[in-house]
Every structure is written in C-alpha cells, then in structure tokens.
Unconditional design. Structure first.
Lengths: 495, 181
C-alpha cells in the first residue's frame, strides 16, 4: 500500500491533477437526478468505449481493400480465435449505441434539458447523433458484402439527385466513377479516423458542458426556466439540497452500464456476428440488398413515397429536420421543463416512435419487394387446382410462368407488391380482369404485348375461379340485359 | 513614454506571424483540396471508354442476355468490383439495346424475366418493359442505356461510370426521347 501511495504522490506532484479529479467526481448534483432516468448518457459512453476497443481489435486483422475485405471477414469469423465474437460485439455494439443514444435523446427532450443554459450541449448532442448514424452507415460499408456494395449504389443514387452538384457528390462519395477499391478506402478512413476523431472531441466537449453547467435538474411541473434567474436557482438547488455525484449518484450509472454490457455480450454470444452476406461481386445480380436494422425505416419510406415526392423528401426533409433540432433550444429555451405540462412534446415523441416503428416493421416484411423466385419456387396451393378444367389449369400455369406470382400472393405465398388474388373474382368481373391484365395500371405493368390471346383467355379463366365458397363472384349486370342469359360461374375455390 | 500594446513591436510581430501562417496555410490548402477533389478530375479525364462485351454470336436476335465487362479505369486492388454487369437486348442483326444493371430508382440490380419479357427490381419493385421503358413502380424513368457500337464482329459499349438518376451520362435516348430533359 505504501508503494502505491508513494507512487500516487510522486505522479500527482508532477501531474497536479488529483485535486481536480476529486472535485469533478464529487461535484454536487440535485438530489433527484440520482435517478434511473439519468443513466443513458454514461451508458452511451461505455458502449462507445467498447466500440473503440473492438474496432481496434478488428483492425488488427481486417484488410481494407475491395479485393480482400470480404475474405478477411471470413477469416475473422472462422479462422481467428474468437474473431467471430469480437465482430459480434462490434456489430451489436453499433445497434446498442444507436438505441441508447436515441433513448438518451428522448429523455433529454422530455425532461427539457435542452433549455437554457444547456442549448450548446443539445446542439453538440445533435452532431453526436449524426456522427453515430454516420458510423453505422460507414461500418455497414466496411462489412464489404453484397448488401454493402448495393447499399453504396443506393447512397450514390440518392446523392446524385442533389441539383447541379449531384454527379460531383457521387464521385466524391465513391472516390471515382464506380464503386470499387477507392470507395472502400475512403469509407475506411471515415469510419476509423475522421468520424471517431470528431466523436471523441465532441464527446469531450459534451461532457465538459455537462460538468460546467451541471446536470439538468429534475423537472418539476410549475418550476419555469427563466434566463434571468435560472443559474442562481440551480446553484441554490445543488448547494442546499445537492448530493455529491460520486458516490451518491454514480452507482446507478455503474449498474446500468453493467446491465448494458451484459446484454451486449449476451446478444453477441447468442446471435453472433452480422454477415458478411455474399461476395461484393457486381456480376452476381441474384441479390436483394437490405439495409441494416436502423436504416430500415428509410428503406420503407423510399418504397412508399410517391415517385415525384421522393427527391424533395430525401433532400429537403433531413435538412429541415436537422435545422429544427438545432433551433429547438432557441425556439423553446425557457419555460416549462416537465413533460407533464408539455403534451405537444410527448405527442411528438410518440408520433416519431410510432412512425419509425411502423416503417421499420413494414420494412422487415418489405411487402413492396417482388418475391423474385415465387414464380418458380412457390407453387399454387393445391385446393386452387383441384377439379379444375384444363383451361383453368392452363391459366394457373400462365400465372406462374409469367411471373404474376412474384407480385401477387395466393394462399399467402408469393409477392405482396400487388393485391392478393385469392378472392379476385369477388372484386372484378371478367372484363375488368382482362383490362387490368392487358393494360396494367395502378402500379402493374401492362401485359398486352407479353401474353398471347390464348394465354390471356386461360389466365382469366383461372382468375375467375378465385373466390370463396358461399359467395357470388362479381358479375356484369348489363351482360344479362344484352344476352338474356348468363353463364354459371365456375365452382368456388374453397369448398 | 509607453506605447499602447496594440502598436508595440511585439504585437506587430505577432500579427505578422499570424499573417505568414495564414498565407502558407492557404498555399498548402491548394494541393490538399486538389487531392480531395481528384475523383472528379479522374472521372473527367477518363472520357469515352469503349469496352468489349464479346462477339455478336453470344447475343441471339430477339433475346436479352446478361453480359459482364471490366471497367476501364480500375486499380489492381479493386478485385471483382472492377467488373460490372449489363443486359444486352439484340433486336435484329445490327440493332441492340444495352441496359445498365442498375435500377433507375435507387440502383439495385434489375433481373430479366424472359417469360414475361419484363425487368424486375428486387428492392422497391420497379418494373420495366423489354425496351427498357418504365412499366410500374417507383422509378421515374426507364432503364439507363449505354451507347454501343459494333466493330470487327464484337459488341462494344461506352461505359464510364456508375449510372445514377442524377448523372448526365445517364441521359441517353430511350425510344427516341431524351428522358428528364
């Protein structure tokens, strides 16, 4: 013990930092802030440290070249002791990081912590969020697989839509005319040097301001923030009713951080690393690229927006969103902090959460993507074929051969891009079906040139059988008037 | 007599020092910026590049086939990413259409279905007819087309960069009209 103490004194005589550290650790915070709601910031910092450590460990093996990156990830997964686990920790750490940063942001927003005098802390926090997302995207690129390759193409396509500058931005993004070695190298530089460097600097600034300005006091309904009096009130609060951060408040941070680390390690051990998926070979086109989890909402948005709204939405939407977030502390810098008296704030959070959740959930199923092999891989359910005439069965074959199944489901199998056709005969008459097939429309291609009259006749004969037993299929009332007779409908599909 | 600090020799030397550093930093910034923007210059320098897609016999008339080519401006460490794919449609003996593999919506690889004579995109469900015209889905235009020529019994295309919705080189003729122009 004597040796350690002596060493400590020797160091401090030169560093002269012990007093400052002690003062910082024991700085007084308002009593109520020793709360489980105030643990997200420190947890994000802990996960960031994990990302730095695992990132350095991965960089020991990873080869940042387009020709070898994918191979080096395979080596990490299968040939290096516990390489898969380090990759899993880094990949799951990325998910955890985004989740915790978002939770932190929601807590800060609902507790009014962005108000005077903590505006700059909030603004730096916005940039930290953007950089975290930047790390997530660039990290996905470094996992140089098919998803990464085509994901870069999507990024390039979006960037190219910027007016005037678009093509330049694409070349700067890709480091050349195509997605190739230079692209991976610059994303490696961004992911490993540029963004982490900025992140470390801004995290330092963020923390410094939390210490200098003090942690946000627990919002009490009715205790309003006024610029003239706030600092004095806060000072009194911490002095009269404050507790030292260390050890009175810090233990909750420690427990939460431990829980997060445990969950992270458990996810990494149980679920393993992410990918890599197929080789990044542009000539292998049998691929359906999907973004990583936290960008799925964007994937959904890009499919669901009307085509003419897409570019303005993509280019202007994020800019407006970021500007609004940056201006927030100046627009609402004073007044009520408590979420109990800020219904609009609570509704905003709920709305954003519901929107992001819905889009993400939609994107997991991606009903807008055709199922590219449904025409050959998903057979028509047998009950739709039993007891059918030769013509109707021929129509079912046309349905498969012409890839109708890729976009239309039968018996819940196949694509969901277009409507399910299990009950189509209830909704459309023969003439309506013919028109839809021949002319297309409503997001369906026109098959006029691609179906012979015989094929069309067979297909329609099959479609007319698609209605449930006990219901009457749709019919054209005028036809009875003209012909004085009506052919009986074919037997129902589901007996 | 004391000189005010702002006029003193030291203050003047400090300002001169700051000025010198600013000038040198500005001079140094020129090559740095030039280096950073080199991808743009690199693309401009490349100009036309006619890349072979193989002999004409590989493309039977009336059919659409997948072809691959190696880009002209590549580096040894690009590996397989130096290659690209495209769809070659041979209309008759001398008439071709060569489509980029990239969907005009967001660049995913489109697939050709010879049975229904449609290109389908697996990402957001863009569909194109056999002549590359938009059929349905989110794309705002038809497939990107490469200019082609036939020389010595071989098919060549002019491919210089990744086709994207905003790139001017993507504005080629489809069905006699220039889309987006």
């Amino acid at each position: 013990m004597r040796v350690i103490q002596n060493l400590g004194e020797w160091l401090d005589a030169r560093l002269q930092i012990a007093a400052t550290l002690r003062e910082t650790a024991e700085h007084r915070v308002p009593r109520e802030t020793a709360s489980w709601f105030y643990v997200f910031g420190s947890a994000a910092l802990v996960v960031f440290c994990i990302q730095v450590i695992t990132g350095i460990l991965l960089a020991l093996i990873y080869a940042p070249t387009a020709s070898e990156a994918w191979n080096s990830l395979q080596t990490l997964n299968f040939n290096i002791n516990l390489g898969w686990f380090i990759r899993a920790l880094h990949g799951w750490g990325s998910n955890f990081m985004i989740a915790i940063v978002l939770l932190h942001m929601v807590q800060v927003f609902l507790f009014g912590a962005y108000k005077y005098p903590r505006e700059l802390t909030w603004i730096v926090g916005i940039f930290l969020l953007l950089m975290t997302l930047g790390m997530a995207f660039s990290g996905q690129v470094l996992r140089f697989d098919q998803d990464a390759f085509w994901g870069l193409g999507i990024g390039a396509s979006i960037s190219s839509r910027v007016p005037v500058m678009g093509p330049w931005i694409v070349k700067l993004l890709l480091g050349g005319p195509i997605i190739a070695g230079a692209t991976l190298s610059r994303f490696f530089a961004l992911h490993v040097f540029v963004i982490p460097g900025l992140l470390i600097a801004l995290i330092g600034l963020h923390l410094l301001m939390v210490l200098k300005l003090g942690i946000n006091d627990w919002p009490m309904p009715g205790r309003l923030v006024r610029k003239a009096t706030y600092v004095k009130e806060y000072h009194e609060l911490t002095q009269k009713d404050g507790i030292p951060f260390f050890p009175a408040a810090v233990w909750k941070d420690l427990f939460f951080a431990a829980a997060v680390l445990l969950a992270l390690a458990a996810c990494a051990a149980y679920f393993g690393p992410f990918g890599p998926s197929g080789r990044p070979d542009p000539t292998i086109i049998q691929t359906a690229p999907r973004p990583d989890y936290f960008f799925l909402w964007l994937y959904a948005l890009l499919s669901l927006l009307p085509a003419n709204l897409e570019t303005p939405f993509l280019l202007i939407g994020p800019v407006l969103g970021i500007i609004f977030l940056l201006l927030l502390p100046f627009l609402f810098g004073e007044g009520e902090k408590s979420w109990r008296r800020r219904p609009l704030a609570v509704l905003t959070i709920l709305l954003v959460a519901v929107v992001l959740g819905t889009f993400t959930n939609l994107a997991v199923n991606a009903p807008w993507s055709p199922v590219m092999d449904a025409w050959s891989g998903n057979p028509i359910p047998p009950q739709y074929l039993q007891g059918r005439s030769a013509l109707e069965r021929q129509g079912a074959a046309v349905f498969q051969l012409k890839q109708c199944h890729n976009c239309h489901s039968l018996g819940n199998e196949g694509g969901k891009r277009g409507p399910a056709l299990d009950q189509i005969a209830l909704i459309q008459t023969e003439d309506q079906m013919i028109r839809q097939v021949i002319q297309g429309g409503g997001n369906m291609p026109a098959y006029g040139k691609n179906l012979s009259p015989a094929e069309t006749t067979a297909l329609i004969a099959f479609l007319k059988t698609l209605y449930p037993a006990g219901r009457r299929p749709a019919r054209d009332a005028s036809r009875v008037q003209v012909t004085q007779s009506e052919a009986p409908p074919p037997k129902a599909t589901n007996p | 007599m004391t000189v005010p600090d702002s006029l003193s020799r030291r203050a003047m030397l400090m300002k001169l020092g700051i000025f010198l550093n600013t000038v040198i930093a500005a001079v140094l910034a020129v090559p740095v910026v030039g280096y950073l923007f080199s991808p743009i210059a690199r693309a401009r320098k490349a100009g036309d590049s006619w890349l072979p897609l193989g002999s004409l016999e590989e493309y039977p008339a009336g059919e659409t086939r997948l072809a691959t080519f190696r880009n002209s401006d590549v580096r040894p460490w690009d590996g397989k990413t130096a290659d690209s794919a495209c769809w070659v449609r041979r209309i008759d003996e001398q008439t071709f259409q060569v489509f980029a593999i990239n969907c005009a919506h967001l660049g995913c690889p489109v697939r050709w279905f010879p049975q229904s004579r449609l290109f389908m995109c697996p990402c957001h469900g863009g569909v194109y007819y056999e002549d590359g015209a938009r059929a349905s889905g989110p794309p705002e235009r038809g497939l990107f087309e490469y200019a082609y020529k036939i020389a010595g019994g071989k098919l060549l295309i002019n491919a210089t960069e990744l086709p994207t919705p905003g790139s001017p080189s993507a504005l080629v003729n489809i069905g006699g009209k220039i889309p987006c122009a």
